[in-house]
Design a binder for this molecule. Structure first.
Ligand code: ATP
Ligand code: MG
Length: 367
């Protein structure tokens, strides 16, 4: 797929901007705080309806503006398509348009413009806390499987309601009457999450192992293991079995949850580990191994998306190339040649010959 152009209106620090892109490499150059990441955010949002950094829609709208807009023309699924989001700062729902027709949810545009974002924090994800790895896995899986996205949203909502019950029961014990019902729903939806994740991580690990093999010249063997709650013996088991496993787990922790007033463990604490030739990366990996493995995971994410839709997703590299040594830069660039890529950097340096260069200055675009 190929993002041909984007128009921004009151999006972040852009007042009004029109950009046309190269089907290969697009280099976005500018000083700090000029709007480079904002442009990548707009592209990712156009494809998924999600921001990788805003908590609220209002943050995406230019300060003081009544609404914001992102529009793009994409060549995907053998035809030209348009996507458009209109965003409002208050409680008014955003509008999603595809080819001039209004859509109900972002799931209705899945597959038109899938994107993979790669930023410097991702390079360290294998040394970071579990939350960062979960964020990576969840965001990849949400794009691949809109039903997973819906289940995750539901799970988080139930978890929030259960947290409130656990907090309130100290002052009003009647709220505990509804706790078993919430626990059951949490286990049912949680089982679904585990089932999706087991399959996703298996495929991701296999694809990443291939990239890592090429990277290390076959010297290191990359392996990934999905980690979920201890009572789950086989994450590939039927969802009914996983539901039972989770119920057993909750039972074991119910007293501790009531005493602490908090939801303790569950699929919301899931993680994955990476080992190189059997040696745990988080504990023992060198800086280079950590980075190389993270790059392999990101390229694997792109590969799974390519298999899903039969087209190469757009790759967004935010400040990441400058963090890599020339050998790794070349590896990444050689592995992405078949698709469209957006690269932000302050200093274009050795990349200028790659494709089209755009200069961004205070939300204005200069070619
Ligand atoms: P760096 O090289 O430091 O990463 P960048 O070019 O990627 O810089 P961005 O993160 O794209 O910078 O843009 C940051 C600028 O956008 C900040 O100056 C910020 O104040 C401004 N900005 C963010 N949101 C809004 C908004 N809703 N309205 C107006 N300006 C905004
Ligand atoms: Mg930036």
């Amino acid at each position: 797929m190929n993002l041909e152009s984007v128009a921004l209106r009151s999006f972040r620090n852009y007042q009004e901007a029109q950009l046309t892109f190269n089907p290969g490499v697009n280099l976005i150059v500018g000083d700090n705080a000029q709007g480079k990441t904002n442009l990548l955010e707009a592209i990712a949002y156009l494809g998924s309806g999600k921001s990788f950094r805003a908590q609220k829609t209002a943050e995406l709208i230019r300060f003081g503006a009544e609404f914001g807009e992102v529009e793009g023309t994409v060549f995907a699924q053998q035809r030209k398509q348009t996507l458009r989001f209109v965003l409002f700062p208050g409680s008014r729902a955003r509008q999603i348009w595809r080819n001039g027709a209004k859509q109900k949810t972002a799931a209705d545009i899945a597959g038109v413009l899938p994107t993979v974002l790669f930023c410097p924090e991702d390079l360290l994800m294998l040394k970071a806390g579990a939350a960062q790895r979960r964020r990576f896995g969840d965001s990849a899986l949400c794009q691949l499987r809109p039903n997973y996205d819906a289940a995750l949203t539901q799970y988080n909502r139930i978890l929030e309601q259960k947290s409130r019950i656990l907090k309130d029961h100290f002052t009003d014990s009647r709220v505990l009457d509804i706790l078993p019902e919430y626990n059951l729903r949490l286990c049912q939806v949680g089982a679904l999450l585990i089932s999706y994740r087991a399959r996703f991580y298996e495929a991701l690990g296999a694809a990443a192992a291939e990239f890592h093999g090429q990277f290390s010249g076959g010297k290191e063997e990359f392996s990934l293991e999905y980690r979920t709650v201890s009572t789950v013996k086989d994450p590939f088991a039927p969802v009914s079995q996983l539901t039972e496993d989770l119920q057993e787990h909750l039972q074991q922790h119910s007293r501790a949850e009531l005493e602490s007033g908090q939801c303790l463990t569950g699929p919301h604490k899931d993680d994955f580990t990476v080992a190189l030739s059997g040696i745990d990366l988080k504990a023992y990996g060198s800086q280079g191994q950590t980075r190389t493995s993270a790059i392999s995971l990101k390229l694997a994410q792109r590969e799974l998306m390519r298999r899903e839709w039969g087209e190469e997703p757009v790759l967004l590299l935010d400040d990441v190339l400058s963090e890599l040594d020339p050998g790794r830069q070349d590896f990444v660039l050689n592995k992405i040649v078949s698709g469209q890529v957006f690269i932000t950097c302050c200093e274009p340096g050795r990349f200028t010959k790659l494709g089209k260069t755009m200069h961004i200055n205070q939300g204005n675009v200069m070619i």
